[in-house]
Design a protein around this ligand. Structure first.
Ligand SMILES: Cc1ncc(COP(=O)(O)O)c(C=O)c1O
Length: 475
């Protein structure tokens, strides 16, 4: 019989890790020198750069810790299966640990997650089940139901990072002590975005235990619950929530700084270009908050900002010009769609909308009294800044509905509404609006990621007429 087991390995002084799992953690810290100079920041502003983890994000730490704990408790048996609904970095972390320790991984995602994310997890050998995002949570084919069913059917372990105490514990064990060591105990402020709250609470607990004066600060997407919002909608990925996860610890956190999508994305781009450190949108959220803190801090303060992952995962969003322009984060020209809105009658400058639960009669009344032919259907309003677009209604469509059933006047708008209006950024070219309006009845103009106004053919006609009259008067 040949012995197929490999002999016990002895590094014997060689600088070779036993496995990729030994490369999780011990991430570097780097001073944000150029950003500090450009902002007149006199204290030490440093980034804890989690990108050097094997999976490219901070989530490798909790992934390892949650699996080791499940092995220890017997929840995960040799050769077992891990099921987790995730589209992001946690999936990568779990897949890496699973590959190394011989587990199968099944990730449940919605079809909202980009193809790249599905491909990435499959590249690690994971099984990915994609569910339709439009399906209601109670439907057996929903994201939640499928994850639940697969967990049962396969007798799988479900890490559930939102409730698992080993998620924050990973950061208490590793991230916190690393930062303490790297700053020689001189850290005064720790700033991180919070999703599951594992990083901020976990590392924060360790840091406070070493020095209770260290300020623990959450950088939170505006409208997320941690900064007092309703939870949706915002565009930054991975941070902010619409509920309070188990690791949320309001007593430990000294401050929550709300940061808009626009600030986050522009900051991610700025840091990447200025420091040569490619960070993502949520890294931008954290840095934007850290700059506010560092500007007011004493000269001897040591402000540490936590950067969870790399901008590489956001090349088709934050670092894509078209995407940024379509949401109104970037401007393509001076005389663009915003100029058309400026020439328009001030009385309809603010977006008109109808709530999904409002009766059809209300939609008709809003359209009639304002002389418009279509309305976006928006949740979470007012104030308007919270608008979450659900669909749209137009004259023709409502006429048809009522013609067929006069009783439909009392029906909720959401039951009869059509698809959302196509969107255009406030900084995009007027020519693009003309092209789009050849096929669409109206466009929804976005500014800073939020709906600003509806743009119609009549608006463009008024704009072009005003330009023509202007030219005529000058001749
Ligand atoms: C992409 C991403 N995921 C998750 C998080 C949040 O970490 P946690 O879930 O530990 O709160 C962050 C934090 O900035 C993040 O950027």
């Amino acid at each position: 019989m040949t012995d197929t087991s490999i002999p016990a390995w002895d590094a014997d002084g060689m600088d070779i890790a036993e496995s990729i799992l030994d490369l999780i953690g011990q991430t570097p810290m780097v001073r944000m020198k150029r950003v500090s100079e450009e902002h007149g920041i006199r204290c030490t502003l440093a980034m804890k750069h989690e990108v050097t983890n094997p999976g490219g994000s901070s989530k490798d730490r909790p992934a390892l810790e949650m699996i080791l704990a499940a092995e220890a408790s017997g929840e995960l048996q040799p050769g077992g299966t891990i099921v987790e609904p995730t589209s992001g970095n946690t999936g990568v972390g779990l897949a890496i640990v699973a590959a190394q320790r011989g587990y199968k991984c099944v990730f449940v995602m919605t079809n909202k997650a980009g193809k790249e994310k599905v491909d990435l997890l499959r590249a690690y050998g994971a099984e990915v089940v994609v569910c339709d995002v439009a399906v209601a949570p109670e439907d057996p084919n929903s994201y939640y139901s499928v994850a639940e069913r697969l967990t049962q059917e396969r007798g799988a372990f479900r890490p559930n990072q939102y409730a698992n105490p080993h998620n924050p514990a990973a950061h208490t064990k590793t991230t916190g002590p690393e930062i303490w060591e790297q700053t020689k105990g001189r850290i005064t402020h720790f700033i991180a975005g919070a999703g599951t709250c594992g990083s901020l609470t976990g590392a924060g607990r360790y840091l406070k235990s070493m020095n209770p004066d260290i300020k623990i600060i959450a950088a939170d997407p505006e409208k997320s619950v941690f900064s007092g919002g309703s939870g949706r909608p915002y565009l930054v990925e991975g941070v902010g929530e619409d509920f309070f996860p188990a690791a949320y610890d309001g007593d430990l956190w000294d401050e929550v700084i709300p940061i808009s999508d626009e600030e986050s994305f522009l900051m991610a781009r700025y840091v990447s270009e200025t420091e040569g450190i490619l960070i993502g949108g949520s890294g931008g959220t954290a840095v934007a908050a850290a700059l506010k803190v560092a500007k007011d801090a004493d000269d001897d303060a040591v402000v540490v900002v936590f950067n969870p992952d790399s901008g590489r995962g956001y090349l088709s969003t934050v670092f894509n010009e078209n995407w940024m322009m379509n949401f109104g984060f970037l401007k393509e020209c001076d005389q663009c769609v915003g100029a058309v809105l400026d020439t328009r009658n001030a009385s309809i400058e603010n977006l008109l909308y109808v709530n999904p639960s409002a009766p059809v009669s209300e939609a008709i009344e809003i359209m009639r009294s304002n002389g418009v032919s279509q309305l976006p259907v928006c949740k979470n309003t007012p104030p308007f800044a919270n608008a979450e677009v659900a669909g749209a209604v137009d004259e023709l469509q409502l006429m048809d509905v009522i013609h067929r059933d006069p009783g439909a006047m009392g029906t909720a708008v959401e039951k009869v509404m059509g698809a959302k209006l196509p969107t255009i950024g406030v900084g995009q070219k007027v020519e693009l609006a003309v092209e789009m309006l050849e096929t669409a009845p109206a466009l929804l103009v976005l500014s800073g990621g939020q709906p600003l106004s509806v743009l119609t053919r009549t608006d463009l006609l008024s704009y072009f007429t005003a330009i023509a009259e202007d030219a005529h008067n000058r001749d």
